[in-house]
Design a protein around this ligand. Sequence first.
Ligand SMILES: [Zn+2]
Length: 713
Amino acid sequence: MTRTVLLGTVGALALATLAATPALAEKPATAGANPFATASTLPFEAPRFDIIKDADYLPAFKQGMKIQLAEIKKIADNPAAPTFDNTLVAMEKSGRMLDRVSQVFFGVVQANTNDALDAVQTTVSPLLSQHNDAIYLNDKLFQRVKSLYDKRDSLKLKPEQAQLLKVYYQQFIHAGAMLNDADKATLRDLNTKLSSLETAFQQKLVAAAKEGGLVVDDKAKLAGMGDGAIAAAAEAAKGRKLEGKYLVPLQNTTQQPALSSLDDRATRQALFERGWTRAEKGDANDTRATISDIANLRAQKAKLLGFPNYAAYVLADQMAVTPDAAEGFMKRMVPALAAEQKREAAEIQAQIKKDGQDFALKPWDWDKYAEQVRKAKYDLDEGALKPYFELHTVLEEGVFYAANQLYGLTFKRRTDIPVYQPDVLVYDVIDKDGSALGLMYFDYFKRDNKSGGAWMSNFVQQSKLLGTKPVVYNVCNFTKPAPGQPALISFSDVTTMFHEFGHALHGLFANQTYETLSGTNVARDFVEFPSQFNEHWALDPKVLAHYAKNYQTGEAMPAELVEKIKKAATFNQGYALGEIVAAAMLDLEWHSLPADAPKQDVDAFEKEALAKTGLDVDDVPPRYRSSYFLHIWGNGYAAGYYAYLWTEMLDDDSYAWFKDHGGLTRENGERFRQMILSKGHTEDYGPMFRAFYGQDPDIGPMLQNRGLAPEGK
Ligand SMILES: [Zn+2]
């Protein structure tokens, strides 16, 4: 039984939807049967996007839940004494149909939704939450798991089996299995309400972001943006039936990409404010009332489960274990970070003066003038880089190449696998020995019906027990070029591709018997470790030389441009790190509310929480404001946004280890695959990391990498 989890980037969406999964007795498919009723007959059990219709999802969910409940009842009511096989293995095998439909539905509804799919999600989210409760709050079932857990030392289990038992036991406790019947009823009610509110938040936000795009009548107001971007804005407006106008769509973050290039300050301010207030318009898409309700209900849930607040409840089964550990880790960065922010703000203010302006720096000026400072200091022009980053070349000659050099993987494009949208690319992933490792989809371009950000998840999860290999996808929001134009992306987009592919490797190298422990089914503050680690290879000299080629001439990126990118890598970290720390602290603050706190005024609460960070939040607002912080209100990363920073520590430590041992080599890659990427959750995170790194995680390499501490060991 697994959860469907979408793994986002730090700049991105990351949703987890509790979908207690897996089936037992499946009826054979009949003509016209639901496409999720049986396993797909396509290679790797790839989803049947050729025959799946919107109308198939809801019946499949309902049928899948019904089948699994029957399976679970049979396990719970089994007159035979509990054994590992008749309880845990049986649970792992349960819910196959529900698993299939969940994995596909949540992938498609995030990447390519429509009104019908939104309606399915609204209906199904509370049902899944109730379904999850029906399993995890089933006392007979829990007593079987508990009796096994209580005598675990005498069961002679193999390590992966012992881990599975421990993880199930903890999941039951976490879900409230120890509560009395009255409290369980309260918990069920809270969970149902929360899942509806979380879905409502997500849907409001998608609509608000769509509405929020900046419409411009006069092309002159977009001066500075570049012809390609202006053409894309005209195209975007056309798509919205705004012929002759220009639409700058919103990305899900506070800062908007166009802010680094727009010359007109009023346009910049307008675009920034469209983003900042996107979900605070007092209309049907305003998310604030939903947020204060979610925060309040989560605090009540935590109290019911014996925790002082929701953050303490969430952190209990993470690598950090306590909110204090997560917060303390961030607080250690604040002094160096605040000093750096002050220095950067002064530098940018000076640049504004130099530009002949006399206004005081505002957040909508930061990127524009930071870009000028960058050019002046490093002589690096983002626009000059783009011709070297053509998306498909970056993918095949960069992302795939690094995976080949480190792990021996090869990739083969295939066009015979059906997709849910024509832009989606599919590849076979072939292991070092020529055997099939898995199947991989890439959906790179922004669409109005796609959630913001970038993420990875599985359509099919790896499991030896179930005989499945991983089917993995990456989704991003890169600007789609006008027809006939090349897809030139920024270096930050390149990094996002490496990031999401790092998650994909974690999914593809999964080598577990049990789906629950497989691949990326790990704690939040561990799961971003492989993805962030993979980002490092974007700048590896051998990898960069292989993919950064001029799309017109094929010429390699000149050495001096490469040098400039490297030198500029630690530029603007007061902003880049600061906006993440501010968002992470805001997240922890929201989820530290006690159950008896009144419902909060969202803006007032946010203001106070940010003031407490000790950072320059006026110039460097949080990467996500409360009202559009999808990571934490859409479910997945509540009290968990800090995980991106925590895992950055892990990935920078690991990269330092690679550097000390010869860098990009097959030998190093193999060791990382064996000790981290292929392990899923078969071991506890602390020991797993220590075995690889040789010691506990240490913040030094991260601060050095961010340019906030002197180089050296
Ligand atoms: Zn990620």
